[in-house]
Design a protein around this ligand. Structure first.
Ligand code: DQA
Length: 138
């Protein structure tokens, strides 16, 4: 089984960025733990701050991988392009957020990704990714 985690803008700063919201672990450290936990899964990780690169990665993996775990970060709330890419591919996409976006500013309550994702996991910190992988496994 092949799963890719795709992270959007500013998620390369995890560990440094607003630790009270996003925690103090880097994603690289957490990713190693995921690889250790899900040894039977071929796990890949991609991050970009650029919307078009996220779209290209969805297109590139969206016909051959078994699952995409996507945290589109701020683009969640704005990107018709990413939503269209998810609609265009065959691989199921699970939308993930570290924070509970519904507890935050109103503009974060809107997601262009949710209507095209197979499911949404949010608010469990980095564990949201773990839960998303579990959901794709089953
Ligand atoms: C986020 C929530 C978004 O609103 C925000 O723009 C992010 C991170 C999360 O994982 O909680 O960058 O997607």
């Amino acid at each position: 089984m092949k799963i890719i985690i795709i992270n959007g803008p500013n998620l390369n700063l995890l560990g440094k960025r607003e630790p009270e919201v996003y925690g103090s672990d880097t994603f690289e450290d957490y990713f190693s733990k995921l690889q250790f936990k899900f040894k039977e899964i071929e796990l890949e990780y991609f991050q970009s701050n650029i919307e078009g690169e996220l779209i290209s990665k969805i297109q590139e993996t969206g016909f051959t991988y078994d699952g995409i775990v996507l945290n589109a970060a701020a683009y969640t709330h704005t990107s018709v392009g990413i939503a269209d890419a998810i609609k265009a591919v065959e691989t199921p996409v699970v939308e993930v957020h570290i924070s509970n976006t519904h507890k935050r500013e109103e503009f974060r309550h809107v997601s262009y990704i949710s209507p095209v994702a197979i499911g949404v996991i949010l608010g469990f910190g980095l564990k949201s990714y773990d839960l998303a992988i579990e959901s794709l496994k089953n």
